[in-house]
Design a protein around this ligand. Structure first.
Ligand code: ADP
Ligand code: ZN
Length: 514
């Protein structure tokens, strides 16, 4: 067992590292600078806490979240780690006593606010210590491109100047390419290792269009993007051939690709695409595996992909250079029927159908598409992305916090064990035999939502799912669970905007939350 793994077990009680944690730790132990992008909850802290415990000396953690420092330090104490914090919430006497403890040498992790880090007395303290690592948490705060710029962060380049041999690790949950570059520049890091475990690809615009007049729409789309390279994914081999023929007839330099072509022919077409000889290719999903072409500027889905994983993988072939790229998905119900037929003939019908339903919900939704996509992969995006068709053309919303709270309260009272259908029956006060026989009429929220029609509740539940407040346990009878964000709503710490339903009469109109 590695030293890192032993420390993980000893101090945190975990048996395995999460994706990338171990690689990050090794890189830090080798003295390299690193930029770490991991979604919230991904386990960033351990990336610097374990090196701090293994190495001689003290790790200085810079964090703007003063309110959380005390909790973090107490959590570490509970695990038997000697840690301390310094910030403006402490009296000067408290600060002096912390500094004394630190100079004695037993403290392994010191959390400081950026203001504190930049102060003179702290600089002199640093000179006396054997600092083994600087960890910059919430590193996006350093960038004016980020949404949370903090001026003090911009002065932190001095760390690398004054302490050139101490490795610096910058950590954040959100950083587009520009922000990443900015973080590296501002901190004066040379050649940092980059670790990214987030699913977010903010440079890709996400767009869904109705699956009608597709050819006309594509021609207009191409006219706005002359000379750009792109992929059009089709469901069938025949469609790739037909579409590329039509495009050629319209004067567009395109070819097609599918597994029915000879290996030679496929290799040739692939080469032509990579070299920009033929910039546009109509292809089945057989195309793209292992192709490393960084300047694909757009991906069109001529047909609905079979699930969100495929969709994400296929749009991911655009914009690998980090520059802006566009994606467009044509959504029509006839494709759903085709997929259902495929699924009927396959194994794992239930899971495949559930996944098909999820991508339909993604297409139908009036909620930031990136939020839905990231929620699907277990990440949470706080702000709307402003780079999808829904964000650019937002629907009418109202304050739906009370509606959400009714549903969430019932989910909790039903011990997160029931699927949406039963939940809705309970909040609507149904006297169905199944409800009564289980005694669900006794829970407090029984009937609390009877002013809203059943199908409207379904729509709201779907919105709450897409917003990441609830999740579905597919392996447990589709039981609804509350996510940490959902709990914040339930406890009144967070508001929820819901999209107006055309059919909605029962809910009074309230001003949207800004
Ligand atoms: P982040 O800072 O990335 O939002 P945290 O470092 O706070 O995430 O970690 C989120 C949660 O995951 C914490 O409860 C943490 O203890 C837990 N965690 C981190 N690494 C592991 C691991 N290797 N195995 C199990 N749980 C982990
Ligand atoms: Zn969006």
């Amino acid at each position: 067992m590695t030293t890192a793994k032993r420390a993980l077990k000893k101090y945190f009680g975990y048996d395995h590292f999460r994706p990338l944690q171990e690689q990050v730790i090794q890189s830090v132990l080798q003295g390299e600078d690193a930029l770490v992008i991991m979604p919230t909850g991904g386990g960033k802290s351990i990336c610097y806490q374990i090196p701090a415990l293994i190495m001689e000396g003290i790790t200085v953690v810079v964090s703007p979240l003063i309110a959380l420092m005390k909790d973090q330090v107490e959590g570490l104490h509970a695990n038997g780690v000697d840690a301390a914090f310094l910030n403006s919430s402490q009296s000067s006497q408290q600060q002096a006593s912390v500094m004394e403890r630190i100079t004695e040498g037993s403290v392994k992790l010191l959390y400081v606010s950026p203001e504190k880090l930049l102060s003179h007395d702290f600089y002199y303290l640093l000179l006396q210590l054997k600092v083994n690592l600087f960890a910059i948490d919430e590193a996006h705060c350093i960038s004016v491109w980020g949404h949370d710029f903090r001026p003090e962060y911009a002065k932190m380049a001095y760390l690398k100047k004054q302490f050139p041999h101490v490795p610096v690790i910058a950590l954040t949950a959100t950083a587009d390419n520009l922000t990443q570059k900015d973080i590296v520049n501002q901190l004066g890091l040379t050649n940092p290792k980059k670790f990214n475990s987030s699913f977010d690809r903010p440079n890709l615009s996400l767009n869904v269009a109705p699956g009608k007049d597709k050819f006309k729409t594509i021609l207009a789309f191409l006219r706005q993007r002359p000379h750009q390279s792109g992929i059009i994914y089709c469901l069938s081999r025949k469609a790739t051939e037909g579409l590329s023929e039509k495009l050629k007839n319209a004067g567009v330099n395109a070819s097609y690709y599918h597994a029915g072509l000879s290996a030679e022919e496929r290799a040739r077409r692939q080469e032509d695409f990579i070299n920009d000889e033929v910039p546009i290719i109509c292809a089945t999903i057989a195309f793209g595996m292992g192709i490393d072409k960084s300047n694909v500027r757009w991906v069109i889905h001529y047909n609905l992909p079979r699930n969100i994983e495929s969709y994400y993988q296929e749009i991911g072939r655009a914009g690998r250079d980090g520059l802006k790229a566009d994606t467009l998905l044509f959504y029509s119900f006839s494709d759903v029927i085709v997929h259902r037929k495929f699924i009927e003939e396959s194994a794992q019908k239930e899971v495949s159908n559930a996944k098909l339903e999820r991508i339909q919900q993604f297409c139908d939704a009036q909620i930031c598409r990136r939020k839905i996509l990231l929620n699907y992969f277990g990440e949470h995006l706080e702000e709307d992305c402003n780079n999808c068709d829904v964000c650019k053309n937002p629907p009418r919303v109202f304050d739906g916090t009370i509606i959400a709270q009714k549903a969430f309260s019932a989910i909790v009272r039903l011990k997160e064990r029931v699927p949406a259908g039963i939940l809705i029956d309970v909040i609507r006060g149904s006297s169905r035999q199944e409800i009564l026989s289980k005694g669900y009429q006794k829970i407090k929220t029984y009937g609390a939502g009877k002013d809203i029609a059943h199908q409207d509740w379904q729509q709201y539940m779907l919105q709450l799912l897409n917003l990441g407040f609830i999740s579905v346990a597919y392996d447990d009878g589709n039981a609804l669970r509350l996510t940490p964000q959902g709990r914040e709503v339930l406890f009144g710490e967070r508001l929820v905007n819901l999209v107006h339903l055309a059919s909605m009469k029962s809910v009074p109109e309230v001003k949207p939350i800004v």
